[in-house]
Design a protein around this ligand. Structure first.
Ligand code: 5AD
Ligand code: SF4
Length: 442
């Protein structure tokens, strides 16, 4: 029997990337193989994001594009997974009747059954929050070789209820996967070639699948010999406990790069956002982290134009950014999300949001560039991921996630470096979005 073809398009965060991988593997057990194009697919699955209005609308315009495909191939099945599926459920099928299947993020283990139902000609829908751990019920990952970096979801859901955010509604309450299962999966990934794992969770530092929290899990994972680097994202400042701060000081495999969103620098806005901390508490926390790890680079998320944000509030955000000096950051215009408390409040005009976003991004880009340029002359460790843009070059990532291009040719048509190798590199120059360096040792 020839394999059926599955096309998955992933939107949104890294957790969706991980979920898509797991769904592809589960569907492999059902005789589907992944294709890179929707044109020859027997099933199309959109793994969607609901965090901002634009992200959700993209899904409907993408679905509209499949009309012709479906007309030409009536057996083609179209599914919507992810947070739009969870938030809108059956409404998706009403708005776009060519959709056969809707599956929420907590029901992915039901995908084979739902697919069978859809293939049989019925509409299939599941947006429950079942008790069981979907990852345990999804078929085991295949033993196929992997690239050197991988995501691994250890925690899902959020109990924080920031006033702008749909995550507590679409992903549900916080749930942590037990440490032994995470460790097993990490070991398997490492056997397949992975050298760096990024632990994922909507609120990952609230992980409680290990007695000693996320720090405990990181220390256990550090014992896996061939696992060389550990990262985690995304965290809430209030869940940054002492043990996790300490781990940044003495756990060598934990990278000195922390994504810690603050959203705003104004205490008034932070309060209205229900963030449960002040700007000063956030700055103090970073100070403490830098005391144990002086070379720590910070990354963050910001929202401009939250309801009732004044120019003065926005200036407080600019001041906070000046004080922290971010290595990288994501910034967004506030987007009204139905059902969240902030959607009910007086909104900031769109042109003001645009103006503030431009100013904030200007500052953040300047900081990002300054920290990148400051790497010139320094030695960094690079984990090599693939061939570079020029012949004889390889490209990898530094501890700080800077892309580093290095000439690794051995002069005889071969390379001194293989994908997955870690090597010491001296940085020689800084380009727009990457660094260039020379190999010191491997
Ligand atoms: N509007 C704009 N940005 C948002 N984020 C979450 N909800 C919204 C919203 N309604 C941003 C936050 C969060 C990141 C993942 O997305 O900055 O940290
Ligand atoms: Fe959303 Fe993050 Fe706030 Fe949770 S902590 S509600 S995921 S922004």
């Amino acid at each position: 029997m020839t394999a059926k073809k599955l096309y998955i398009k992933t939107y949104g965060c890294q957790m969706n990337v991980y979920d898509s991988e797991r769904m592809a593997e589960a569907m492999g057990g059902e005789g589907y193989e992944v294709t890179q194009s929707p044109d020859d697919a027997d099933m199309i699955l959109l793994n969607t994001c609901h965090i901002r209005e634009k992200a959700a609308e993209k899904v409907y315009s993408e679905l509209g594009r499949y009309k012709g495909l479906k007309a030409a191939k009536p057996d083609l099945k179209i599914g919507v997974a992810g947070c739009v599926a969870q938030a809108e459920g059956a409404e998706i099928m009403r708005r776009q009747p060519l959709v056969d299947l809707v599956v929420g993020p907590q029901s992915y283990h039901k995908l084979p059954q739902l697919t069978a139902k859809a293939t049989g000609g019925a509409k299939a829908l599941d947006t429950d929050f079942p008790e069981e751990d979907k990852f345990e019920h999804l078929k085991g990952r295949t033993k196929a070789k992997r690239g050197p970096t991988a995501f691994l979801t250890v925690q899902e859901g959020c109990d924080k209820f920031c006033a702008f955010c749909v995550v507590p509604y679409t992903r549900g309450a916080e749930v942590s996967r037990p440490a032994d299962r995470v460790i097993q999966e990490a070991q398997d990934l490492v056997e397949r070639g992975v050298r760096e794992i990024t632990l994922l969770g909507q609120n990952v530092n609230a992980y409680h699948g290990h007695d000693a929290g996320l720090a405990g899990l990181i220390r256990e994972l550090s014992k896996i010999n061939d696992l060389k680097r550990i990262r985690f994202t995304t965290s809430h400042p209030n869940d940054m406990d002492e043990a996790l701060i300490a781990a940044h000081g003495d756990c060598e495999k934990l990278m000195p790069y922390l994504h810690l969103p603050v959203q705003s620098g104004s205490d008034k806005i932070l309060k209205r956002m229900n963030r449960q901390h002040t700007a000063e508490q956030y700055l103090k926390l970073i100070e403490r982290m830098r005391a144990v790890r002086p070379d720590l680079h910070m990354s963050g998320d910001f929202i401009v134009g939250f309801p009732e944000e004044t120019e003065e509030d926005f200036q407080a955000t600019m001041d906070l950014v000046q004080a922290v000096e971010y290595g990288s950051a994501f910034s967004f215009k506030y987007s009204e999300r139905p059902g969240t408390p902030a959607a009910e409040r007086p909104q900031v005009p769109e042109d003001e949001k645009d103006d503030r976003l431009q100013r904030l991004q200007g500052l953040l880009t300047k900081q990002q560039r300054a920290l990148q340029d400051a790497m010139v002359g320094r030695e960094v460790q690079v984990l090599f991921e693939k061939p570079g843009r020029q012949a004889g070059q390889m490209v990898g990532k530094s501890e700080y996630l800077h892309a580093v291009h290095v000439d690794t040719s051995d002069g005889q048509g071969g390379s001194r470096i293989a994908v997955g190798d870690l090597a010491k590199i001296r940085i020689e120059s800084s380009k727009t979005n990457s660094l260039e360096g020379v190999l010191l040792s491997s």
